[in-house]
Ligand binder design. Structure first.
Ligand code: GTQ
Length: 345
């Protein structure tokens, strides 16, 4: 197995010039860049974003830029491997912290990428997706799937902040990313599906013969229920990390085509030491504190912080307090492409 399959420099200069003129390039000098041996060679580096450091910057954005001017008032979490200004946190995952002030509305739009919100702080925020008003409480996970109209509003008295996770980098890469703007949506006068049809796991509204189900039947996953299940699981498992996948209640499939979400509870003193996964991931701390080691980087994390792990990262998370995380990952995409993989450490 050769690491070096010949260099460009060893080819005659006239041949190189003729190739360039003809619009071609030799594969072999570049072969190991695009097909490295055994495992990918990620550009992404582990990232850590302290909420305490970003919060004042968000507040300042609120003073500097009215939401009408920003459309979305967001500070993007830039992958250290790609450097300042990078519009992505891993190869496939975009993360941003969005601020909405009391009384503000962020205009309605629809776009090709899918988004998820994980609420970081504040009461009274909501997102309207396809006419359904979704209240946003701390830790709630709210979907805005690609192709669904959405606008955000705020009826409370304190700033509301949430973490946006989008599959935007994929759509940019595919040259398929765009948005369309429209007027604020009329809201249906009823609570969202998580409070009515899908109030209880294992129960779904009766399927009417011949009528299909909606592709995204439930768009809000209230944190209080997620935490209650994690706590019950922890009470009946012996020192294991409790994990729950967010799924479509009609199909059991991942909630979105490309991004997956897993709620985790690592008890005080416990360690999560998963196998190497081919997926990249972001970990958002809903509650708790501890130490994460991602490859050779050590991260001291607390509530509301976020950190990332590149593909095949060596991840070890030790919880000092009972710790609740939401892991955002691209396993659903990799499953569909048929290459998701786990390797023992
Ligand atoms: O709230 O619709 O962070 O369209 C980036 C793009 C949030 C949103 C982002 C968006 C949104």
């Amino acid at each position: 197995m050769s690491e070096q399959l010949g260099t460009l420099e060893e080819l005659p200069e006239d041949y190189r010039a003729d190739m360039t003129a003809a619009g071609v390039a030799p594969l072999w000098p570049m072969m190991r860049n695009v097909l490295p041996h055994g495992a990918p060679n990620p550009v992404t580096r582990p990232g850590f974003w302290s909420y305490a450091a970003i919060r004042p910057l968000l507040q300042r954005a609120g003073e500097l830029t009215p939401v009408e001017k920003a459309e979305r008032r967001v500070l993007v979490l830039s992958d250290p491997g790609r450097g300042a200004g990078a519009m992505q946190a891993t190869a496939s995952i975009y993360l941003g912290l969005q601020l909405l002030l009391p009384g503000e509305t962020a205009p309605a739009h629809v776009h090709t990428p899918s988004a998820v919100r994980i609420v970081v702080e504040g009461k009274g925020g909501y997102t309207v997706v396809d006419g359904e008003k979704l209240p946003m409480e701390e830790g709630d996970l709210v979907l805005t799937p690609g192709g669904e109209w959405h606008d955000h509003g705020h009826e409370g008295s304190e700033p509301v902040v949430w973490l946006d996770a989008l599959d935007l980098p994929l759509f940019v890469y595919l040259e398929g990313s765009y948005a369309t703007e429209g007027p604020l949506q009329a809201q249906r006068n009823r609570p969202d599906a998580s409070q009515v049809e899908y109030l209880s796991s294992g129960l779904a509204p009766t399927r009417k013969h011949g009528a299909g189900t909606r592709r995204y039947p439930m768009m809000r996953y209230p944190w209080t229920r997620t935490e209650a299940v994690l706590n019950e699981m922890a009470a009946y498992t012996d020192g294991d990390v409790a994990e729950l996948d967010y799924v479509n209640p009609e199909t059991g499939a991942d909630v979105l085509p490309t991004m997956g979400f897993t709620a985790m509870r690592i008890g005080a003193g416990q360690v999560d030491n998963p196998p190497l996964r081919s997926s990249s991931a972001a970990f958002h701390v809903v509650k708790g504190r501890g130490t994460a080691r991602i490859n050779f980087q050590t991260i001291e994390f607390g509530p509301k912080d976020t950190f990332t792990a590149p593909v095949f990262a060596d991840i070890r998370i030790a919880a000092a307090d009972d710790t609740y995380l939401v892991r955002v990952h691209d396993r659903p995409l990799q499953d569909k492409l048929g290459y998701y993989e786990e390797r023992a450490k």
